[in-house]
Design a protein around this ligand. Structure first.
Ligand SMILES: O=P(O)(O)OC[C@H]1O[C@H](O[C@H]2O[C@H](CO)[C@@H](O)[C@H](O)[C@H]2O)[C@H](O)[C@@H](O)[C@@H]1O
Ligand SMILES: O=c1ccn([C@@H]2O[C@H](COP(=O)(O)OP(=O)(O)O)[C@@H](O)[C@H]2O)c(=O)[nH]1
Length: 502
């Protein structure tokens, strides 16, 4: 079996501890399989982009590349995080497009290709991640790389009309057809991508999950909801209870219940709306005032980008405003912390929390939602409140759905969580925990890689006779949703027709 080569902008280097679901998930995957992880070093080289660093940690070989200040500005702060990130999170109002940053993005992708190509062996399986690196497969193929290549998009795929509003969208998104398999977080993301290919991408959907680019190249697409290392999170959480940081938090609660939110400081996470929803709860449920303290952990993210700086200021104002209005001499309703915590501590915080608040405006998956569930005490679990706009909501059918734009709804759901009987909490928790135990990070990686290894339609269209046989493989399109209608919003378990990982 070929070596696994993972490529992503962010790499979880052994001494790295920044928050972010992609890096955490890929580290879990590579630990099991071993292989090469290639990406940005996280360092700025004042002279030029391209200096490589190499280190080995267990069975993972890390090769990372520095970027010059200008490349970092155009590629990461610019096109990736000021153009693509808002676009892919349905925020046209925040999209800042200019040709210069787009060219910078292309140049950095070309640099990745130039440095990576000589490291590859013909039977490697190359797995490229996220919106930073959409053009990479095409650029590698232009350099003669013939390996099997897959792509996974960790963020949402928005509606095709939004994608089509991006100048040069065809040049960018046609790049996806150079992969053998393009993976999305949910079936909805896959559907929206197929719509784009049909309506604006000059391509064809030959069958569900089998697409053809304008140049005739055929490739697969499927939904592969990412998971967490459920057993390890549950174990860490049980052990964390005696950790000093966790004990200190427990002591400071003075017997009050805890509501927790854990998010990078990002406008996609719906933090102002969440703060306002909590204020709504305090205002409309005065009889519960003083019983629940809300802890929001929000490590600073992408701090050079204006919109992120503005969000930080807004949240500071809101936290001050809510505390000024509702605090008592012996109780502060909102605790707002811009610090990053390791899982050993975070899982203990999750377990202590009666309410988990995960209310993004849009989120590819949201691993925090899954970690919160995995960390609960089975005898006395907390209640997860989740936005229907997080990919995870489709799987976590025991959570209370909260539309982040509905502040009254958020207030009601918090109050409901506070008074929910333990039997109901256990029942809701169990169905989610059982699901997360089977659909964990290993399941995700194996399912995706199995589908990638089997995605062998010839690039020139030969092999079309196999289309019928393989259509639907890897995305489970043909299975009916398992069920679930709560609060009027249909949620599906992830594609259960993915062949069991072997
Ligand atoms: O690398 P950063 O710019 O610091 O940002 C951190 C990561 O944020 C995004 O994470 C996404 O991936 C998660 C795992 O699949 C998913 O649960 C979440 O919904 C996504 O937002 C981003 O996509 C990554 O590239 C970043 O590394
Ligand atoms: O202080 C923190 C805050 C977050 N995280 C981790 O960062 C990841 C966030 O992933 P998620 O999918 O929720 O969102 P993303 O940040 O990737 O958009 C989760 O594994 C969190 O446990 C962490 O380790 N420490």
């Amino acid at each position: 079996m070929g070596r696994l080569v993972v490529v992503s902008n962010r790499v979880a280097l052994p001494d790295e501890s920044r928050a972010g679901g992609l890096a955490i998930a890929l580290l879990d995957s590579l630990r099991e399989e071993g292989g090469l992880w290639f990406g940005w070093s996280g360092k700025i080289d004042p002279d030029a982009s391209g200096r490589l660093h190499e280190q080995q940690d267990g069975n993972i070989r890390f090769v990372t590349m520095d970027l010059s200040a200008q490349d970092h500005e155009d590629y990461y702060n610019g096109f990736a995080n000021r153009t693509l990130w808002p676009l892919l999170h349905f925020r046209m109002d925040l999209v800042d497009y200019n040709r210069e940053t787009y060219e910078g993005y292309q140049c950095v992708n070309a640099l990745f290709a130039g440095k990576l190509a000589p490291l590859l062996q013909p039977d490697d399986i190359v797995w490229i991640h996220d919106y930073h690196l959409i053009p990479l497969a095409k650029l590698l193929r232009e350099r003669g790389v013939r390996c099997r290549m897959g792509f996974f998009l960790h963020v949402p795929m928005p509606s095709s009309d939004l994608l089509a509003a991006l100048p040069s969208h065809q040049r960018l998104f046609e790049g996806l057809s150079s992969y053998d398999l393009v993976g999305f977080q949910t079936e909805r993301d896959l559907e929206r991508f197929q719509d784009y290919v049909r309506l604006f991408g000059r391509g064809r959907v030959l069958d569900r999950g089998v697409l053809e680019a304008p140049n005739g190249r055929r490739f697969h697409a499927g939904a592969f909801p990412i998971g967490i290392d459920t057993a390890r999170i549950a174990e860490l959480a049980a052990d964390a209870v005696t950790k000093s940081g966790v004990e200190r938090l427990a002591e400071s609660m003075s017997g009050r219940a805890l509501a927790i939110g854990v998010d990078r400081l990002d406008y996609s996470k719906g933090l102002p709306e969440r703060f306002k929803g909590f204020a709504n709860y305090l205002q409309r449920y005065p009889q519960q005032r003083g019983q629940l303290t809300f802890l929001q952990i929000a490590p600073v993210s992408r701090g050079d980008v204006t919109e992120y700086q503005q969000l930080r200021e807004e949240l500071e104002r809101l936290a001050g405003h809510i505390n000024g209005r509702y605090a008592e001499p012996d109780w502060t309703p909102v605790r707002y912390v811009n610090r990053n915590y390791p899982h050993a501590t975070l899982t203990g915080f999750y377990r202590m929390a009666r309410v988990g608040l995960v209310t993004p405006l849009r989120d590819g998956m949201n691993l925090v939602a899954k970690e919160y569930v995995a960390a609960q005490n089975p005898d006395d679990p907390g209640v997860l409140l989740i936005s229907p706009f997080a990919g995870a909501a489709r799987e976590l059918d025991g959570a209370l759905l909260v539309n982040p734009y509905d502040l009254d709804g958020a207030g009601d759901a918090i109050a409901q969580a506070m008074t929910m009987p333990v039997e109901e909490r256990r029942e809701r928790w169990k169905s989610m925990f059982d699901h997360l135990s089977t659909h964990d990070i290993t399941y995700w990686r194996r399912s995706y890689l199995k589908a990638l290894r089997e995605a062998d339609l010839a690039a020139d269209g030969a092999g079309a006779d196999r289309l019928d046989a393989v259509a639907g493989n890897g995305n489970g399109a043909t299975r009916a949703p398992l069920r679930e209608r709560r609060s009027g919003i249909e949620r599906r378990h992830p594609p259960s027709a993915i062949p069991p990982p072997g």
